[in-house]
Write a protein that binds this ligand. Sequence first.
Ligand SMILES: Cc1cc2nc3c(=O)[nH]c(=O)nc-3n(C[C@H](O)[C@H](O)[C@H](O)COP(=O)(O)O)c2cc1C
Length: 217
Amino acid sequence: MTHLLHLDASARTTSVSRRLGAEFVRAWRAAAPEGEYTYRDLSAEPTPFIGAGWTELCDAVLAAGATDLDRLPELATTPAAKQAWRIVEPLLAQLLAADVILIGTPMYNYSIPAALKAWLDQVTFPRMSLGHRRFVVVSARGGAYSPGAPKAAFDYQERYLRDFFAGHFAVTDTVFVHAELANAVQDPNLAHLRAEHESSLAAALTEVTTLAKDYVR
Ligand SMILES: Cc1cc2nc3c(=O)[nH]c(=O)nc-3n(C[C@H](O)[C@H](O)[C@H](O)COP(=O)(O)O)c2cc1C
């Protein structure tokens, strides 16, 4: 049965990306009642930033030419690297146990929140492949970045994650669903875009409901 790992990265508790992720999970659970589900809120329960010990571990991986993640514990030889491994181990175990990784993320400053980046830094090691795993990213943005939008070229959120998963995890089939123009809800100057936001959100909710059924083995 499929094991879904669900990560949320929004600093907001009432958040659009959280709503999209929750809808994916609702539809996924309905389609796969036997499926295993693990949740982590990266904003409420952040992973620490990597430190010197993590870099010592990573340098040891590079020096050994290691391609097998099982070798990480033996390559953590210094006290700092051992300490870093104690943080990495449960995060990596949680990631490797999953078949599908659902990430709910806002766009922050044209990119991803630091909370999500901190998690990626912890779990990513050189030459690591997550080959058979699949990623789904559900996101919210204050503005509009779809093809043709004036700021489309500023979307370093989807581009970054897409290239990251392909380049570091050898995963090339990541699906992205975005709800756009979310700032129209709070910003009176964007009130004229509220209807457009509502229809973007409605379309995104419909898309994740349908999509979730494709992630049941
Ligand atoms: C720190 C911060 C930075 C943001 N940067 C951007 C941005 O660069 N572009 C954008 O379109 N919206 C930006 N926004 C707006 C968010 O993308 C928008 O509020 C979205 O709904 C956040 O997702 P959430 O509802 O899941 O929290 C930013 C919001 C915050 C709090």
